[in-house]
Structure formats: structure tokens, C-alpha cells
Design a protein around this ligand. Structure first.
Ligand SMILES: [Zn+2]
Length: 418
């Protein structure tokens, strides 16, 4: 966890001539409680003001000019180095103004002491977008100058509901994958629903998405999806296919790559987007798994091909199931069952085809995909599910709900460039 801890006056003043311009008894209580036993990160001037190591905690001092190393103190060159060095430990960034400014976009939580007075000073806490955080007032203290402890916890992307501006594409990230720090993963909504090469507006949407993600449009790759079980190995030379230029190879519904900076994209409207990420070998996959692909275990094929091509171990591979039609909404006829019977046992079929009623069933595509994935060595705890049903959620695209209007969502994953 990356935390920031700060005290500021009503006019956002945090300091004056290198000093804290107030003395309020007890005001630093929370600082001590939170940081004891943890890592505190501060700038050179803040550290020089304190002038000694803080007891019972590790202090990283960000400085390019001086070395403060001693017991309990480590000098680092940048905030990034401090974050890397702390690894899994919680860090508390405690100023000054420059470091706060740099940290504010990175922090998970801010512990702010808001002092109820205007105080003269020359350094200020930066303005931040409060709508990005959930604010809780933890305690109001009626001292000679009243103050309160406020916690700002960053909202998840889900809570932020990123309503984008006109020239951007609205999308949701798959947080479990993105938080590894090595990928960008996403699914779009029904706001921008033309994606297939040649379809009216698709080129514009692709350009807008590339702009939104700050990548080149030719860094995107798409397929001519045919409900096959084929997985294609993508390299740099395939960049731009079905985005800015036509397809060169047909018969694929999934892609894998270990090249950085290529956004592998599929499109869905009820079918299941399956994202794959091996953070150890830095390889990814994006699969479109409708009922046909699911019956042929296309997601498991992608795992196998990642192992063959990039030496991935299935136990390292993380899977995300994107938004798709849920079993409750997906009624199918009995004839589909036969299509699954080659590769799934009777017992498995009874878990995939549920709720029998006359000669119909509800088909649980996600269950079928998870069964196939586990058979090739994917661990249960490495599978995550966005849990959104395309048919029930009218922010998403559903063929069953919207047909004959064909609208689809783009789903994509990209290994970030270094
Ligand atoms: Zn549903």
C-alpha cells in the first residue's frame, strides 16, 4: 500500500520557511500511530528539518545531492526507487510539497490532518481531485486550534465509472491484471460499439481508443473471429491487422504474444472474453470464447500454446473472465449439449448445462471455460471474473438483448512498454 500522510491548514499551507508553522499539542498522534513499524518516505528538506532518524521505523530520504544513510535511514534517488525498495511493505509519504505532488496520483490512501485555521506559509499541499477518493472523517479534535483526521481512500476504477470525454473511449480495466503493473487490460461499453474492421465508425473508434490509451493505432491487432478454436501467435509484424489494414491469416479466435506494446483485441456481445497473463514470462493472451469456442476449449488451447511458445507454466498464468452472458440469461436447446460431449464428461456436462426444463437448459459458459482451464493446470485462485452479465447490464453489449442491432464491446490486453 502506498499512503500519503499530511497536515495542512485551511488555505492548504503545509510549511513556512522550511518549518511547520503551527504547534498543536497531540496533532502528530496519528502520524506516530500509523507510521510506527513501517516505512516513511520524505524529501531531503523535510528530513533535514527533523534532523534525526525517526524511532521504530525505516525512513527513506529522497535526495540526489546528499547521503543520509545510517541505522534506520536509507537514501534513495527517487520516489520510484523508494516504492520499489519497499516492495510489499506499506509506505507513508510524508512530504514535502514536491514529493506530495509526485505521489498524489500513485497513492492508495491519504491520511490528512485538516487544521481549521488559515495559517501563513510558503508551501502548500497540492490540489487533488476529490472525486477520485472516498472521504471519511475519522475524528474531530477540539484543540486550541481545532483539527480533524480525514482519510481519503482511492476509489476503484469501478467506483469511478470513468465517463470519458467526447474524444475518448469509455472503458473499464481488469484491475486484478492491471495491478501486476505489467499490463493494460480493458473492456469497453455500449457507448462505442463499432469495432469490426470495415464497419462504419470502427476506424474512428480504434483511433479514439488508441488516443485514450496513448498508444499508436497500429499497435492494435484484431482477428476475423469465426468461432474457431485457433490461437494465433502475434509478433510485431502483425501489428495493425484488422485495425488499419486487412487480415492476412484467417481461422483464429484467440491471440498470444510476448511482445510489449501490442494491444491484442477481440470483440464480444455475450460471448466470453478470456484474458491471460503470465507475469513470470511476461506473456499474454486474449481469447473470444463463444459457445462453439468453449465447446472446443479454446481458452485451454491458448494456455497450451503459451506453454509451448514462451515456456509459460500454467500455474503462473492468471486468467480474467470478462463481461459475458451469465447462465441465468443463457437458455439453449438440448442439441448444444452434443457439441460439448466430445471434450466434457457426463459429470462436467451436468455442471455446464444446468436447470433442465423440457428440452432446454441454461448454459454456463464460464463454468465450462473454468473446467477446461483447470484441466490444463490453471489454478483456481488465479481465475478472476468481472461478474458483469452483458444481457442484464445495459451499459454493456448483448446480442441476445439488442439483436438485430449488432453492437459489440472491444476487449483487449497489452504488455506495457518498459
Ligand atoms: Zn445474466
Amino acid at each position: 500500500m502506498i499512503a500519503l500522510i499530511v497536515a495542512y491548514a485551511k488555505n492548504r499551507v503545509i510549511g513556512n520557511k522550511g518549518q511547520i508553522p503551527w504547534r498543536i499539542k497531540g496533532e502528530q498522534k496519528r502520524f506516530k500511530e500509523l507510521t510506527t513499524g513501517n516505512v516513511v518516505v520524505m524529501g531531503r528538506r523535510s528530513y533535514e528539518e527533523i534532523g534525526r532518524p525517526l524511532p521504530n521505523r525505516m525512513t527513506y530520504v529522497v535526495s540526489n545531492t546528499k547521503n543520509f544513510d545510517e541505522e534506520g535511514v536509507k537514501t534513495v534517488k527517487s520516489l520510484k526507487e523508494a516504492i520499489d525498495l519497499a516492495a510489499d511493505k506499506d509506505i507513508y509519504i510524508s512530504g514535502g510539497a514536491g514529493l506530495y505532488k509526485e505521489a498524489i496520483d500513485l497513492v492508495d490512501v491519504m491520511y490528512n490532518t485538516e487544521i481549521d485555521a488559515v495559517i501563513e506559509g510558503d508551501t502548500y499541499f497540492p490540489l487533488f481531485d476529490e472525486s477520485e477518493f472516498v472521504k471519511t472523517i475519522d475524528e474531530c479534535v477540539d484543540a486550541e486550534i481545532p483539527y480533524r483526521y480525514v482519510t481519503y481512500t482511492r476509489k476503484s476504477a469501478w467506483e469511478r465509472h470513468p465517463v470519458s470525454k467526447k474524444e475518448t473511449i469509455k472503458y473499464y480495466p481488469i484491475e486484478e491484471l492491471d495491478k501486476t503493473g505489467i499490463v493494460i487490460s480493458l473492456y469497453t461499453t455500449n457507448r462505442d460499439s463499432a469495432w469490426k474492421y470495415g464497419k462504419l465508425g470502427a476506424d474512428k473508434n480504434c483511433k479514439k481508443l488508441a488516443d485514450t490509451l496513448k498508444i499508436d493505432i497500429n499497435d492494435m491487432v484484431m482477428l476475423n473471429q469465426t468461432h474457431s478454436d485457433g490461437i494465433r501467435v502475434i509478433t510485431r509484424k502483425d501489428a495493425g491487422e484488422m485495425v488499419t489494414r486487412p487480415l492476412t491469416k484467417d481461422g483464429f479466435d484467440g491471440m498470444i504474444t510476448n511482445e510489449k506494446g501490442l494491444l491484442l483485441c477481440t470483440v464480444e456481445a455475450d460471448c466470453v472474453p478470456v484474458y491471460l497473463l503470465d507475469p513470470v514470462h511476461e506473456a499474454i493472451g486474449m481469447v473470444h470464447s463463444g459457445w462453439k469456442g468453449t465447446a472446443k476449449q479454446i481458452a485451454a488451447n491458448a494456455v497450451k500454446l503459451m506453454s509451448e511458445t514462451y515456456d509459460c507454466r500454467p500455474e503462473d498464468i492468471r486468467i480474467a473472465i470478462g463481461p459475458c452472458i451469465c447462465a441465468d440469461c443463457y437458455e439453449v436447446g438440448e442439441e448444444l449439449k452434443a457439441e460439448f460431449s466430445n471434450d466434457f464428461s457426463e459429470d462436467e456436462l451436468s455442471r455446464i448445462f444446468v436447470n433442465p426444463h423440457s428440452d432446454r437448459y441454461n448454459l454456463d459458459l464460464k463454468k465450462a471455460i473454468c473446467i477446461s482451464l483447470k484441466k490444463v493446470g490453471i489454478k483456481d485462485e488465479n481465475i478472476t471474473d468481472t461478474g458483469r452479465c452483458t444481457k442484464e447490464d445495459d451499459e454493456l453489449c448483448s446480442w441476445r438483448r439488442d439483436n438485430p442491432v449488432m453492437r459489440s464491446m472491444l476487449t483487449g490486453i497489452m504488455l506495457k512498454k518498459d
